[in-house]
Design a protein around this ligand. Structure first.
Ligand code: PLP
Length: 389
């Protein structure tokens, strides 16, 4: 049988990040700066909450939407931090990571052939998830000249009668860009004019540096009713393995998402949900977040200064935990650079094109890695650039 796998699924290539990670894992003495994951263990107070929950025997399903106290904590936090109010009953859903929330959002809104505009470079899953959900991804390239911010004019140029939604992610993986209020306002006006939905992946909302403040897209005038917020615990609270995230969305869209979630997932992991209540409400968890942000910021500076000093000019990332340096001074393509750096110096980074359009000429470096590893990686890259620069 030649058509066992759906064309939709067969058409999607495997993730370029995993390939690098898997090969790097088989080599000795590799410094991996390739995976987008905090190097911190989940803060103790959160872990203890999970352990205590298990010891109390809380091992059953929760309500489909997620534990009520967690939904209340999510909306309270969003209101406190960003001033947008959501109804915990009708407008909040607890999911298996931001990943599930994203997939639900796309599946809930897309009919076959509906187009989703995706500013790239972006998280590797976006195009694939749009395709799996039956939609058509329409990538557009952001540029370093615009600080990797998408502009309303770029979006406008990509509109067609089939455009249904825009999928944005700030702070951004892989560039570390954030989106300024003016750009946001222009995009909001465009979304209103063309009746677009906006999926705003704000999974790195707490990881912002240099005194900036996160602005949630739904806080822009008129946007609350057309925005689906994707949030999570993986990055801000170093909880990647707990698999927990959330969505905040207008009631009709959230109900559709909940329907898919009910039939495919039932409920997010119970232990993780109980622990996440503590993540959002215990001051010790908040202190831990602040400490992690400070630590990332120090490593961000270290990496940025180091890259610039060895001739790999890097756009200053303002959020998340990635740098996206320009590797063209090496005279190599991104792929060649990443493979040669791995083979010659045992440093793993991800070639920019793994993140889509606009990625050629760049690599992604994750600095959620121990300081001494970053220092050692910089030395190795320096040696590499002396040979190739
Ligand atoms: N969105 C972005 C931009 C990401 O970088 C990631 C993970 O790397 C996710 C979503 C998914 O996160 P999770 O499913 O762990 O919450």
């Amino acid at each position: 049988m030649s058509d066992r796998i759906s064309r939709r699924v067969a058409a999607v290539p495997p993730s370029g990040i995993r390939k690098f990670f898997d090969i790097a894992a088989t080599m000795q003495d590799v410094i991996s700066l390739s995976i987008g994951e905090p190097d911190f263990v989940t803060p103790d107070v959160i872990r203890q909450a999970g352990i205590a929950s298990l010891q109390r025997g809380e091992t059953r399903y929760t309500s489909n939407s997620g534990i009520a106290a967690l939904r209340q904590a999510v909306v309270a936090k969003w209101a406190q931090l960003y001033g947008v109010l959501y109804d915990p009953e009708a407008e909040c859903l607890i999911t298996v990571g931001g990943s599930e929330a994203l997939y639900l959002a796309l599946t809930a809104i897309l009919d076959p052939g509906d187009e989703v505009i995706i500013p790239e470079p972006c998280f590797v899953s976006y195009e694939a998830e749009v395709t799996f959900a039956g939609g058509t991804p329409v990538p557009i390239a952001t540029r370093v000249e615009n600080d990797f911010q998408v502009t309303a004019a770029q979006i406008e140029a990509a509109l067609t009668p089939r455009t249904k939604a825009l999928l944005i992610n700030y702070p951004n993986n892989p560039t570390g860009a954030i989106l300024g209020r003016e750009h946001m306002a222009e995009i909001a006006a465009l979304a209103e004019r063309h009746d677009l939905l906006v999926i705003s992946d704000e999974i790195y909302d707490r990881l912002i540096y240099g005194g900036g403040r996160h602005i949630t897209f739904s806080s822009l005038p008129g946007m609350r009713d057309r925005t689906i917020i994707i949030g999570g615990f993986s990055k801000d609270y170093a909880m990647t393995g707990w698999r927990l995230g959330f969505a905040l969305a207008p009631a009709d869209i959230l109900a559709a998402m909940r329907k898919i979630h009910q039939y495919t997932i039932m409920s997010a992991p119970t232990t993780a949900q109980v622990a996440a209540i503590v993540a959002l409400t215990d001051p010790r968890a908040e202190e831990a977040v602040q400490a992690m942000v400070e630590s990332y910021d120090a490593r961000r500076r270290l990496l940025l200064d180091g890259l610039n000093s060895i001739g790999l000019r890097a756009f200053e990332p303002r959020g998340a935990f990635y740098a996206f340096p320009d590797i063209r001074p090496s005279g190599m393509t991104s792929d060649r650079f990443a493979w040669a750096l791995l083979e010659e110096e045992r440093v793993a980074v991800v070639p920019g094109p793994a993140f889509g359009l606009g990625g050629e000429g760049y690599v992604r470096i994750c600095y959620a890695t121990a300081r001494d590893q970053i220092e050692e990686a910089l030395e190795r890259m320096h040696r590499f650039m002396r040979r190739h620069g």
